[in-house]
Write a protein that binds this ligand. Sequence first.
Ligand code: SAH
Length: 220
Amino acid sequence: MIKTNNDLIRQLVDSGYLKTPQIIRAFKKIDRINFVPKDLEADAYQNIPLPIGSGQTISQPLTVAFMLELLEIKKNDRVFEVGFGSGWQTALMAEIVGDKGRIFAVERIKEIWELGKFNINKYGFLDKGIVKIYCQDGSKGLEEGAPFDKIISAASIKFKGKNFLEAIPSVWKSQLKIGGIIVTPIEHSIFKFRKVADNKFEIEEYPGFVFVPLVKNEDY
Ligand code: SAH
């Protein structure tokens, strides 16, 4: 039975999703209870997504753990995050990148943006200037933060083709440093793209996940 944050972390470590000491430390410090709605606090440490309003969800803990491990997030990284939602993953990353790192986080829904802003600043990351937040469409990239070491999206790209490199916005590919990593869902898989040279990416696919869709402005 999972009752505490430590129980949740132990489960994520035992099941192999959490591995890296700095990421595990961040999970201990950035408590999910501060990012879930008040009436769902009893479920904060359950390994399930939870509703946060406007039809969106705070991600399942194992998904966040898995994606942050794939992202190879580390101290001093400069990260672009698409769809920050509750702000939980934003705060976890801010804790890991530290004072010299930066998280540029975008969220397209105003009410969720407000919620995430409130939650992220429970740890002072906005006041400290480690996290910068924007209310806009992340599929358009973010000129003012680029180039990035890492790009992570919590919303899934719709795509019916076979060449998955074509699915991701070209601006993400150009705003990523060489050696950088993009972790994003496409349909029901999580993908890791490592930029090994200009226009050259190594690709890994991990199927079997569920995400809310990445909504682009032109979808309206
Ligand atoms: N890691 C977050 C996940 C939130 S769900 C958490 O644990 O809370 C994904 C979020 O992506 C939603 O809040 C949704 O509004 C947002 N989103 C979807 N498409 C987007 C886009 N094009 N630009 C910015 N945010 C987007």
